[in-house]
Design a protein around this ligand. Structure first.
Ligand code: FE2
Ligand code: ZN
Length: 484
């Protein structure tokens, strides 16, 4: 090939494995165009590759000797690489980002040296042109019903802050902002070590505190309040006025109240005929509230309105169940597997109340994602219904269940505190178990008032506050079963 002159075409004729004719044109031994017939009247397609084997273009053509294809190939191969239309290496002059594309993959080499790749079909589904994405709502308009199952790229180039794209066989010119590609570099962001950053560390030391009056009107204090909840799953709000329903204000700083079968707010105070064991003096073992809902409440707020000095006992207890579950996986992997697989029954069936309730929900105690990371734990012994499992699973289930309870009661991470009037303890009900010691009222009153906020709305507000206060952070896994 070295003996060939400049711009000399070398044409090789051969057959592919289906017996269809192939013409391979090579220029100077460097550039190659392959024109391949489909066997139907010699219509076929042509692909052009650069000296590195990277595809520069792919087109359908009318015949194996299609002149325009050959001309395109010759033109592409004789022009400087960075100025060629349909080129696979395009420089963003402003930032020095580079594009490099093949039929199936667009690769961006960012100015900082990082390189990210995007699948051609993924790019089509994420097109930002006005036909595919509505400008103000950001909602997708793309007509997914009419799309083929896969796409190949036909061209890619940088224009301003966007990458302009064309896909083969689909008459569509799209565009995607470079900033979007940089933010959603899915090959990197789906890596397990990145999602591992969403795991919280076990709460060590004291429960952090914020002041009620600070969080009412100061955005930075609100951010600190939510940061504590993101990191530790628990935070104590001090100096909350002991006025009926003030707990709503502590909650509404974060999100609207999540109403439940107990109403907008509920009063944990001793009554004669309690509709819930909490409304008596008995001790309450570790649990989550309302696990018989598909989406149990996220944050729980318990505001202490009264706790008379004569009341003995009644301390609140807390424990991060995610860390207990991880401990179980390390120490007893087989038992851990049973609790990830066998569905427990959670229920609230109670007709003797103003509005009768009949709720039954079955799911395993521990939920894993595709990377075997824990995304949810469900624990509420007081509201468990009969186990409905395969006969062979019954004994292993109770054995694993018993082991988990033992790990909880032996844990050094348990927190105990006696709430004082004006305290409002806030915790993630999907991650931090709560309970209380039994108490004797001795003629006094222990009165907590509670409410809830949805977990996804908490998470949203935390991310919003991080962004608008300029404190970027990775939101921890909150127990809402999100896979990331
Ligand atoms: Fe509770
Ligand atoms: Zn589009």
């Amino acid at each position: 090939m070295a003996s060939l002159g400049k711009n000399t075409l070398l044409v090789v004729r051969s057959l592919n494995d289906k017996g269809h004719r192939i013409l391979r044109h090579t220029l100077q031994g460097k550039w190659a165009v392959t024109i391949e017939a489909t066997g139907k009247g010699e219509r076929g397609y042509a692909t052009g590759c650069d000296p590195f084997g990277h595809q520069r273009f792919k087109s359908t053509c009318g015949s194996l000797n299609h002149t325009s294809i050959r001309n395109k190939y010759v033109k592409a191969s004789t022009e400087p690489m960075e100025q060629t239309a349909g080129n696979n290496l395009i420089r963003n002059n402003a930032k020095n980002d580079l594009l490099h594309w093949t039929e199936k993959t667009l690769t961006v080499s960012w100015a900082d040296g990082q390189q990210d790749s995007y699948n051609a079909t993924w790019l089509r589904y994420n097109c930002h042109c006005p036909l595919c994405k509505q400008e103000h709502s950001g909602q997708r308009l793309l007509d997914i019903w009419s799309l083929p199952p896969a796409f190949s790229l036909q061209s890619a180039r940088i224009q301003g802050e966007d990458v302009c794209l064309e896909w083969e066989g689909n008459d569509h010119k799209g565009r995607i902002p470079l900033s979007f590609l940089q933010e959603y570099n899915y090959a990197v962001k789906t890596a397990k070590d990145v999602t591992d950053q969403r795991i919280s560390s076990a709460l060590k030391g004291d429960i952090k505190e914020v002041d009620y009056f600070d969080i009412m009107d100061n955005r930075d204090a609100q951010w600190q309040y939510l940061k504590n909840l993101n990191e530790d799953g628990i935070c104590l709000v001090k100096n909350v006025p002991t006025v009926d329903k003030t707990v709503k204000k502590v909650a509404e700083v974060i999100a609207p109240i999540q109403g439940t079968i107990y109403g907008e707010t509920f009063d944990v105070v001793t009554t004669d005929k309690p509709i819930n064991a909490a409304y008596s003096t008995v001790g309450l073992q570790y649990h989550m509230d309302l696990v018989y809902y598909e989406s149990p409440p996220g944050l729980q707020f318990l505001h202490c309105l009264r706790n008379d000095p004569c009341v003995k006992g009644g301390e609140s207890i807390f424990l991060d169940i995610f860390h207990i579950a991880e401990e179980m996986r390390q120490l007893y992997p087989e038992k851990f597997e049973v609790l990830c697989r066998v569905p427990a029954t959670f229920q609230k069936i109670h007709y003797e109340r103003e509005r009768p309730v009949h709720m039954v929900y079955q799911r395993p105690h521990i939920i894993l994602n595709h990377n075997d990371q824990i995304t949810g734990v469900h624990w509420s012994p007081q509201f468990e219904g009969p186990l409905m499992a395969q006969p062979g699973d019954v004994e292993p289930y109770y054995d694993a269940y018993n082991t988990l309870t033992r790990l909880m009661t032996q844990s050094h991470a348990q927190k105990m505190m006696k709430l004082q009037p004006g305290d409002c303890i806030v915790f993630n009900n999907r991650r931090v178990l709560h309970g209380r010691q039994p108490f004797e009222d001795n003629g006094g009153v222990r009165h907590l008032q509670g409410t809830y906020v949805n977990i996804d709305e908490f998470l949203s507000q935390y991310i919003v506050l991080c962004n608008i206060t300029g404190n970027p952070d990775i939101a921890k896994r909150v127990g809402n079963q999100c896979f990331s």
